[in-house]
Design a protein around this ligand. Structure first.
Ligand code: OXD
Ligand code: MN
Length: 635
């Protein structure tokens, strides 16, 4: 360890900011590469204390107690070890407009859009602009605060599919949340001591002490200066100004998607915005599927689904991110690199996701949800609290049902350990990952897109992923229900040029064994009746009926009595989706309809999108698939 850092740890080998002091002797020595990184961060950010996180339960309890004293979290006495945080209302979601990838050449990050349009596939920052932005933000940014050093693993420590990171941060809330979302602390430090590579993650709230302006809700952040930057070439993340979610828990979107997608390209695997679930039929046959949906399309609900079909069982491997690699037999295997769920609270209920409700009953940090007077939480979608129980909204103000404002912020979250999920899959921490039989793409498509269809083959499946569109979400700063292109549900998370990403997906075909390649599907739970505006499909546990068809299609010939060829892919034949027992009945004709004029328009809009946004970087195979779709929908 360098002398300088040793000096810092000697002087400050303790937890500051009101959290209990640790003796100097307990400060672990850091592996040299980690020490160099921490020393650089200390020199730049000038914290008053440095605390190397060990990850013990006592340490987490001390950190939470410190947060409570500072007014950043409050205990929720109705549950065991649950906490509520209210953020500054200016820090409530991922800030895509301030999220950048820094590479030497613009085109390494994004295809150059035609006609000077802005890229929707990521934001590039030049190295010189980034250097300037860094110098405007980080020097001295942790003055008066403690810098926590978090060694963490994405994936089970020791798995060949796992990757490691070290995050320095001045946010104890981030430490508590990273302890849930990742494997964190001494076991990872021991792994790092073996000399394994790690991603360097530097995070600051950007509010050095003493404060020059009062905090809002005791939540330090610096919204005017937010910058979430990624340097894929050097595997670095530098995040400034936000303490919330994907902006600050750097293992999640920043590492496990943006940086990991680039590592995956370099190493020949896939880092995707996908849930992973296991589904077992009444005969006991099990298959695993991975599914990509844009934010707020019900990934967590699907990942923990309680199937309505008798005898079927779903088990959850992960709800947000999948790292997938072909094994030596040519079978795609996936791990969930995370260790917890950072799920959207509103809409989660015993009706929509009973297993999530059970998961979050203890050891959970809630952020920006409503609070009940009996020490519990509340959000839109839950039953009204019992008589005599009153509510406080996410701003901390008294709130009554029927008020025009929302009690919980639409992007309010729970952060809960995955191991607490009652249907966590027995193999969820398996080192070699689970074998994937199907990949599902989907989105919120009110019109024209059928409940389910299957791609003709891998190349067509890649095109289906590239063509994904969905209504926008509260998880980021977008407003309203705009239909956005969101290829592979990765639009906000690509770590490199989308054209190269498509080429990488196409190349997977050569890595997998032809007979073992996952089948690729597209689903849409959100189609609406154009006259009434009501959803045509009940969703939630009833989605098992669609998974059943997908399950049956895996391992069969493309030409199968359960499917018919259409202009966009294989569709279920009449009666192939089991609708027995569906209350109220459903209009399968309307759900599976492929309206010609809609798809002609869709193909036109897709061509315009690809030519404006991807241009010369669009692989010839994807262009050929678009042409083939155009031919089919015009004939
Ligand atoms: C998330 C997101 O938070 O996709 O998972 O925005
Ligand atoms: Mn997500």
């Amino acid at each position: 360890m360098s002398c300088m850092l040793l000096g810092v740890l000697r002087r400050h080998g303790s937890v500051g900011a009101g959290v209990g002091l640790r003796s100097l002797a307990s400060v672990p020595s850091l592996p040299p590469s980690v020490a160099d990184f921490v020393k650089g961060a200390v020199d730049e950010c000038k914290p008053s204390n440095v605390h190397v996180v060990t990850g013990t339960a006592e340490e987490t309890a001390t950190i939470l107690a410190g947060l409570e004293r500072e007014g950043m979290v409050k205990r929720l006495p109705k549950y065991e070890n649950c906490w509520l945080a209210r953020t500054d209302p200016k820090d409530v979601a991922r800030v895509e407009s301030k999220t950048v990838i820094v590479t030497k050449n613009h085109r390494d990050t994004v295809p150059i859009p035609a006609g000077g349009a802005k890229s929707q596939l990521g934001s590039w920052m030049s190295e010189s602009d980034w250097q300037r932005a860094r110098e405007e933000r980080f020097p001295g940014c942790m003055t008066g605060r403690t810098m926590y050093v978090i060694p963490f693993s994405m994936g089970p420590v020791g798995s060949t599919l796992s990757k490691y990171g070290v995050q320095v941060t001045d946010s104890p809330y981030v430490v508590a949340s990273m302890g849930v979302m990742t494997r964190m602390g001494t076991p990872v430090l021991n792994k790092l001591a073996e000399g394994v590579e790690f991603v360097r993650c530097q995070h600051s709230l950007g509010r050095p002490l003493p404060l020059t302006a009062p905090l809002v809700n005791s939540w330090p952040c610096n919204p005017d200066k937010v910058l979430i930057s990624h340097l894929p070439d050097t595997r670095q993340i530098l995040s400034f100004g936000s303490g919330y979610g994907g902006n600050s828990l750097l293992g999640k979107k920043c590492f496990a998607l943006r940086i990991a997608s680039r590592i995956a390209k370099d190493e020949g695997w896939l880092a995707e915005h996908m849930l992973i679930l296991g589904i077992t039929n009444p005969a006991g046959v099990k298959r695993y599927v991975a599914a990509a949906f844009p934010s707020a399309c019900g990934k967590t609900n699907l990942a923990m689904m309680k199937p309505s079909l008798p005898g079927w069982k779903v088990e959850c491997v992960g709800d947000d991110i999948a790292w997938m690699k072909f094994d030596s037999h040519g079978k795609l295997r996936a791990i969930n690199p995370e260790n917890g769920f950072f799920g959207v609270a509103p809409g989660t209920s015993d009706k929509t996701n009973p297993y999530a409700m059970a998961t979050i009953a203890k050891n959970t940090v809630f952020t920006n949800v409503g609070e009940t007077s009996d020490g519990g939480v509340w959000w839109e979608g839950l039953d009204a609290p019992p008589a005599g129980v009153t509510l406080t909204d996410w701003h901390g103000k008294a709130w009554k049902p029927g008020t025009s404002t929302l009690c919980a912020h639409p992007n309010s979250r729970f952060c809960a350990p995955a191991g607490q999920c009652p249907i966590i899959d027995p193999l969820w921490e398996s080192e070699e990952g689970v074998p994937i039989d199907a990949i599902i793409f989907g989105g919120r498509r009110p019109e024209g897109v059928p409940l389910v269809y299957e791609s003709f083959n891998w190349q067509h499946g890649v095109f289906v992923g590239a063509a994904m569109r969905s209504e926008a979400t509260a998880a980021a700063e977008h407003k309203g229900k705009v239909l956005m292109n969101d290829p592979f549900a990765m639009r906000p998370f690509f770590g490199y040029n989308f054209g190269d990403y498509l080429a990488h997906w196409l190349s997977m075909q050569r890595r997998g064994a032809a007979t073992q390649l996952p089948r690729i599907f597209h689903v849409n739970w959100f189609r609406k009746d154009p006259s009434s505006g009501a959803f045509l499909w009940p969703g939630f546990g009833e989605n098992a009926r669609v998974l059943e068809w997908i399950f049956r299609r895996c391992g069969r010939q493309a030409e199968d009595e359960a499917a018919r060829r259409s202009a966009i892919g294989w569709l279920p034949v009449d009666g192939a989706i089991d609708t027995k027992g569906l209350s109220g009945g459903v209009d399968m004709g309307a759900l599976l309809d492929v309206p010609k004029t809609f798809w002609q328009q869709e193909a036109r809009e897709l061509r315009a999108y690809f030519s404006q946004q991807v241009g010369a970087d669009l692989p010839a195979q994807v262009e050929a698939e678009l042409r083939a779709l155009e031919d089919r929908v015009h004939n």
